[in-house]
Design a binder for this molecule. Structure first.
Ligand SMILES: [Zn+2]
Length: 238
């Protein structure tokens, strides 16, 4: 069954068919602690884009079922876990016009999301701060809270609330609780959501602006060409 996929290397959306997929046979093993069978299978998906052609590699752990003739076979409806082997931790590759510091923080936050979710949330928070200062040119505020307030009228309310939430969750790692007996932890799934928010802001802010500027410049140069073809001054006010 063909399916749509955004390539983790070039970010291009394309349709993946059987021809783009290579895979091992499913390997059946016994988990003796549970007395259950599971299956492991590794896939290589090649990006169909001619400029990319990079191979994404992942392994899936599948449930077991008994087929019609009594054999143990993988249950493809029931994927228990999936490991991204290449690229690691499904790090998105963003264009290089995004500031280096932001890309580094994003990558680090994503890499440690499962090992150390609290540290990941702290790095996401720092990354958010760098973006607000750089993208919105916010200066001279005494805290991230004030920096976020300074862009309140430039972003929609839902996004404002999400950004404030990212800041507060990131604070858990950045500042110890006043009462040291209170331990608040950040779960891997929660840190993952924060990294997703960082990805979304990179796309919504930097990439949308870049795309818009490109298109505006294109329209301007189309006009210049057309007017030259008409042998008319391109800057005519008529
Ligand atoms: Zn690609």
């Amino acid at each position: 069954m063909p399916f749509s996929r955004v390539c983790p290397f070039c970010n291009v959306l394309s349709t993946i068919t059987e021809n783009d997929i290579q895979h091992t046979n499913a390997f059946c093993y016994t988990d003796y602690s549970k007395g259950k069978f599971y299956h492991l299978k590794t896939y290589v998906v090649t990006c169909p884009s001619q400029q990319c052609k990079k191979a994404e590699i992942y392994t899936q752990k599948l449930s077991d079922k008994i087929n019609g003739v009594g054999y143990h076979v993988p249950d493809y409806e029931c994927i228990i876990k999936s490991w991204n082997l290449e690229p690691e931790a499904s790090i998105k590759i963003f264009p290089d016009y995004i500031p280096e510091q932001i890309l580094q923080d994003y990558k680090e936050a994503k890499l440690i999301v499962n090992i150390s979710p609290k540290a990941s949330a702290t790095i996401s928070r720092r990354c958010l701060q760098t973006m607000i200062r750089d993208f919105w040119a916010i200066k001279g505020k005494k805290s991230l809270h004030h920096e976020i307030e300074a862009i309140k009228d430039k972003i929609d309310t839902n996004m404002y609330d999400a950004i404030m939430a990212l800041k507060s969750i990131g604070n858990i790692g950045a500042h110890p609780e006043k009462d040291i007996n209170i331990i608040v932890d950040v779960e891997p799934g929660e840190a993952e959501e924060l990294v997703w928010l960082i990805e979304t802001l990179i796309e919504d802010w930097y990439m949308v602006r870049h795309d818009r500027e490109n298109r505006i410049n294109k329209i301007k140069s189309i006009n210049t060409e057309k007017q030259l073809e008409r042998k008319i001054d391109p800057y005519s006010t008529n």
